[in-house]
Ligand binder design. Sequence first.
Ligand code: DCP
Ligand code: MG
Length: 393
Amino acid sequence: MVRRYAISRSRNKPPDMDPGAWTILLVDMDGFFASIEAVRHPELTGLPVVVGADPKGGAGRGVVSTCSYEAREYGIHSGMPISRAYRLCPDAKFLPVDMALYQAVSGRIMKILASYADTFQRVSIDEAFIGVKTDDPEDAVETALNTKKEILTKEELTCSIGIGPNKLVAKIASDVRKPDGLTVVAPGEVCEFLDLMPVTKIPGIGKKTGQALKSMRIETIRDLREYDSRKLVLRFGKWGYRMQDLARGIDRSEVKEDCTVKSIGRELTFEEDTSDPGIIYDSIDALADETHRALSKTGYLFRTVSVKVRSEDFDTHTRSKSIGFTSSDPELVKNISKNLISEFIGEVKIRLIGIRLSNLRIADNGSSGSVYRFHCLREPCITRQTSIYEFIR
Ligand code: DCP
Ligand code: MG
């Protein structure tokens, strides 16, 4: 069977050639956990499938890990409370997370991707950069088509691929057309490609920075590129320079097997120091969900949960608990964290709390161990300080 791919190109003019340059591909699997479930249960193909916590007829706690594109038409998405997903589409097929299976599939896919790469970097359980030493994006298109074909033949799964002169552009391009997309941005077309996109398309510019930029009347990437550098630096420090480089499509980071992630954590600073147990425990729930989401994306399981507490006078304490098994259960993270933090709840006001998951492992029966010869896991934002209001709505 011949499959035809609609290739999105930013324009039809020849690229600016840079001899010896690299072309970068970012491969991102489509609806990863849900697509694997549809391979395992072919009768689910084409139906709304939600992978995540048990919806318990609408009373379930926990969140959606991911869902099929059919389920997305009902407004369901990753990270949404499972109870809400159930209300949006009670007839969807709700399935629990089977991380060992997803890791095994991920392992096989990473092996395929690495075989096409001159340099290779796994980014998450379903995403990787492939560096190809060529100055012609057409060579990279051929690599992309071959990659897609092999993954489809061997795993019956589709992916979306972005091609660009660097990691930033490849990453943004991979998201332009999904599922089963292929988007090519030649070196000379980068600014034009980025121009009208919202600034939040740039990795690292989240909701909060996006809002700060909006208040400065910077909404598109072009607005950011053309803004007065001095004013940006005054407002954001060094990050202002970096943001503007990114808005110009400049990213010099290499595709490389770098650090292995040792732990994943999230912190939040309260708007006002507090000793209110209700606020603190609610915040632990929100932080645990956030940390767990980041963990799910990497595909690891944890054995140790730690909490960090900073009081109003900046005294900082940490407490940890290890369990005798590996887990990916967000409720366990919440329960252990609440237990650990309970000794600090009393008279002293708390300024900051954090949760960290460590002793990370591949699932016991996962068969993806061999992949880690080819790549390592990268968690770009291991710790982040965020206002409580980003989590508590
Ligand atoms: N994941 C998760 N919780 C999240 C986000 C993701 O458990 N909040 C898991 C499930 C996803 C997998 O990580 O299948 C990969 O994440 P992606 O963001 O790539 O999402 P999908 O592959 O599911 O969909 P898309 O087609 O948009 O890439
Ligand atoms: Mg994906």
